[in-house]
Ligand binder design. Structure first.
Ligand code: GDP
Length: 451
């Protein structure tokens, strides 16, 4: 996400690095470069204009002139202004005083509403809520079925009294407003504290769709209306967002498909143009490809400063606490780090989702973009297969793995012996490093380098 914007900004700032003083011409040139980079990333023209004016005014002011490192000061200003256009503070859902909290999703067809409904339900369930999904998209063929699949994956019930439009007759069945109203009674009976309503979209904004969404919203008294937008739609983002803002007066935005080659313009325009915060981001088709949107962290990612906080949070959410404590204990006891431990750690890592995505959040990731592109998540599966092919004794005492054992393991895992050799070599180095760290008395609670 935002790759080319990130690269362009990094190149611009490189020219400022190490300059003791910035002339007006330096600042003009930088502002021009940033302006071009933003426009090429499809950020809306009025947003770019305002952004550049603010950055320039600040860069020409005393905070840069009096700074010891003016180049860095400019980066700091751009960072702060980026946080501003992304919406400033992180905005969490507001839960109703009297449950259920009713959340309605609105947006064009194909924006990713139905997919998002499942992810949001899973996210809220993980946080201790008892959500229920409601199928009010009775217009897109198979939208109801798709929501049911999403609900099943998330382990969340779906209220769907109507099957929706049949792909054969193309006739809509049921009244979405009535379904939404009935769903609230149902949620009350079943003690659900959150209701997520999926609504119909159209390929383009149209009045009938907007009226239906507005009617559902007022019939149930939605507490939150989330406008779901595909970040790949480029300059159209602003008009679509404005139409929905007028039509349903949404309370927050969800950006989808940020994993694609999205130039990111929608992300950088919508909050500013509508004055509504971006609350979530969707980054793939899987249930886990979902993030709470933090403007400050997103700005850091765009400026290639890394997003360590998100990595830590993902680790905390997915790591098995008992396993982590066991590793920490081994570490303090200076016990040998074995292949069994290595496999357990790898399994924990895999639970955090795609390694490629995680590595992309590290500071300086932009500089390793090519290597990252080549990173193959299935490598972890291969290593796991190799360790699985070993006997428990071999895993606990890798030193005994001689030539004939290597050949047997390679055959079992379906890989070449050279892969076994390189794994054992890397493992021995890791083991040595762990030993050094443990004897140095460093950090007792760092299983795998994570808190
Ligand atoms: P709806 O019409 O708004 O309900 O859209 P859907 O939820 O059916 O999504 C439309 C298509 O986009 C589907 O093929 C989804 O799998 C896909 N999709 C949704 N969200 C994402 C995302 O964040 N990343 C990617 N790559 N695909 C997505």
């Amino acid at each position: 996400m935002f790759n080319s914007l990130s690269d362009r900004l990094a190149a611009t700032f490189k020219n400022l690095r190490g300059k003791g003083k910035l002339t007006e011409a330096d600042i003009d040139g930088t502002a021009r470069e940033i302006r071009r980079a933003l426009l090429d990333a499809d950020v809306a023209v009025p947003v770019v204009r305002e952004f550049i004016a603010r950055v320039k005014a600040r860069a020409l002011g005393t905070e840069v002139a009096q700074s010891l490192n003016p180049g860095q000061q400019v980066v700091k200003i751009v960072n702060e202004e980026l946080v501003g256009i992304l919406g400033g503070e992180t905005r969490e859902l507001h839960f109703a005083k009297h449950p259920p909290t009713i959340i309605m999703l609105a947006g064009l067809q194909g924006a990713g509403k139905t997919t998002l409904a499942g992810k949001l339900a899973a996210h809220l369930k993980n946080r201790g809520h008892q959500p229920m999904l409601v199928a009010c998209d009775l217009q897109r063929p198979n939208a109801v079925g798709q929501l049911q699949v999403g609900g099943e994956r998330a382990g969340v019930p779906v209220y769907a009294p109507h099957p929706g439009v049949s792909s054969e007759t193309e006739e809509a069945t049921g009244d979405p407003v009535a379904v939404a109203e009935d769903s609230i009674t149902h949620a009350n009976e079943k003690l659900h504290d959150v209701v997520i309503i999926d609504t119909a979209g159209r390929l383009g904004v149209d009045e009938e769709m907007m009226t239906q969404a507005a009617n559902i919203k007022s019939a149930v008294g939605a507490h939150e209306t989330l406008f779901v937008i595909d970040s790949m739609i480029g300059q159209d983002a602003v008009n679509t967002a404005q139409a929905f803002n007028e039509g349903v007066n949404f309370t927050g935005v969800v950006l989808t498909k940020l994993d694609g080659d999205a130039r990111g313009g929608a992300a950088l325009s919508v909050a500013q143009v509508t004055g509504k915060p971006v609350m979530y981001a969707s980054t793939g088709e899987g249930l886990k490809d979902f993030e709470v949107f933090h403007p400050d962290r997103m700005a850091r990612r765009i400026l290639d400063m890394g997003d360590i906080l998100s990595i830590i949070e993902q680790a905390e959410a997915s790591w098995d606490k008992a396993e982590a404590a066991k590793m920490a204990q081994k570490f303090t006891d200076q016990e040998d780090f074995t292949l069994e431990d290595f496999r357990a750690q790898m399994q924990q890592l895999k639970k955090m989702g795609s390694m490629k995505k995680l590595l992309g959040m590290m500071p300086g990731a932009a500089g390793m973009r090519q290597q990252l592109e080549q990173f193959d998540d299935s490598q972890l599966d291969r290593v796991e297969a190799i360790i699985n092919s070993m006997t428990p004794h071999e895993r606990n005492a890798p030193k005994i793995i001689n030539g004939s054992r290597r050949a047997r393991i390679a055959k079992g895992a379906g890989v070449h012996v050279s892969e076994i050799n390189s794994l054992l070599e890397r493992f021995t180095q890791a083991q040595k490093m762990m030993k050094k760290m443990a004897s140095g008395g460093g950090g007792g609670d760092m299983p795998g380098g994570m808190p």
